[in-house]
Design a protein around this ligand. Structure first.
Ligand code: FE
Length: 216
């Protein structure tokens, strides 16, 4: 990725220093933040509050509530699959990085997997900030080339007759996977069901299992 990493060129001291400092994007973000603060265009406390919101308040529990509600309310599920943004807004979730949501239903025959091959587009209002692996170059490239191989590495072995569909997020569309409701959960309440739903199952790299939630 480094533009100046030509083989055989003399390394200047400045290049060697760069090896020991934070990553290029981290430095660029810091430089941008410093400049905006210096010019009085942003308040650092506001920035901290935004980051705090997405790190601790907005997160995959929102998406889990959407999934559990869809499992118990067929009419809501229908609305969710036809207009994800509007149905998710019914539960009070929406906003930045979730303006155009598309919900993908997993079934016994179809397994949906979400990636952003270009960068790290992710539905913030329902899943919070993306995990490191979602942003990594290997996931972004291999999810498209070898989705079954990637799923195996996440511990999910899909039968050959299950169709795997890979969805590439863009700046315009963000995807949420509606995982299959596990068997044996018929007597559970909506809250109990929500507790079973993991972030990974809503990206499509895992299934929801009863054991994972530990409530049954
Ligand atoms: Fe992206």
């Amino acid at each position: 990725m480094l533009a100046h990493s030509g083989v055989g060129q003399a390394q200047e001291p400045r290049d060697r220093v760069q090896q020991a400092v934070p990553s290029d994007p981290a430095l660029r973000v810091k430089a941008l933040e410093s400049l905006l603060v210096e010019k009085g265009m942003v308040n650092p406390a506001t920035l901290d509050a935004i980051i705090e919101t997405y790190e601790t308040k907005v997160g995959p529990r929102n998406g889990a509530r959407v999934v559990a509600h869809a499992w118990v309310d067929p009419a809501f599920k229908k609305r969710l699959l036809s207009d994800g943004t509007a149905a998710i807004a019914e539960l009070g979730y929406g906003g930045s990085q979730g303006e155009h949501m598309v919900v993908l239903e997993n079934s016994a025959k179809v397994h949906n997997l979400v990636v952003c091959t270009l960068c790290s587009c992710y539905p913030w209002p329902v899943l919070g900030l993306p995990p490191t692996w979602y942003k990594s170059a290997p996931y972004r490239s291999r999810a498209v080339i070898d989705p079954r191989g990637v799923l195996r590495e996440f511990g999910l072995q899909l039968p050959d007759d299950v169709e795997v569909r890979v969805w590439d997020s863009t700046a315009d569309v963000r995807y949420l996977v509606l995982p299959e409701r596990p068997a044996g959960t018929e007597a559970m309440t909506e809250d109990q069901l929500a507790a079973l739903v993991t972030r990974d199952s809503m990206v499509g790299v895992a299934k929801v299992t009863v054991a994972a939630g530990g409530t049954a």
